[in-house]
Design a protein around this ligand. Structure first.
Ligand SMILES: [Zn+2]
Length: 145
């Protein structure tokens, strides 16, 4: 989560909403990192989790991320939760909850929907205060400007 927080800080420095993510393989090695880059990339799918999972899949040379853990500073949205299921990650770990758009327990619970045949394990609230503070600071700062 510390690595994901570094990514989130880098996103903020670029004027992007500070969300960061990393993908770890089964041995705990980081195989993909990502930060929110929607503004820079002008890509509606440019969320930290998508960027990190793309990098991890590229590193592995396959779309399946079985055995991997996705770590992200903010609860994934429906798109990213769906992508984590599609990528077959074993585990989703997140920091701050997102009561407005979260799809891993808040508004929806996409990854634990029993109708899907792959359901990643979830660990929520890791360094939640720190992850959330980064977001609130960013938005306060943006409103002031
Ligand atoms: Zn997302």
């Amino acid at each position: 989560m510390r690595r994901a927080l570094d990514e989130a800080r880098a996103a903020a420095a670029d004027g992007e909403i500070p969300v960061g993510a990393v993908v770890l393989d089964g041995s705990g090695t980081v195989i993909g990192t990502g930060r929110n880059d929607r503004e820079r990339s002008a890509d509606p799918t440019g969320h930290a989790e998508i960027v990190a999972m793309r990098a991890a899949a590229r590193a592995r040379g396959e779309w399946r991320l079985s055995g991997c853990t996705l770590v992200v500073t903010l609860e994934p949205c429906t798109m990213c939760a769906g992508a984590s299921v599609q990528a077959r990650v074993d585990r989703v770990v997140y920091g701050a909850v997102d009561p407005k758009a979260g799809a891993v327990g808040s508004l929806w619970d996409v990854v634990r929907d029993r109708r899907l045949n792959h359901r990643p394990e979830v660990l929520a609230g890791v360094l939640a205060a720190e992850c959330g503070a980064l977001l609130s600071e960013f938005f306060v700062h943006r409103r002031v400007r």
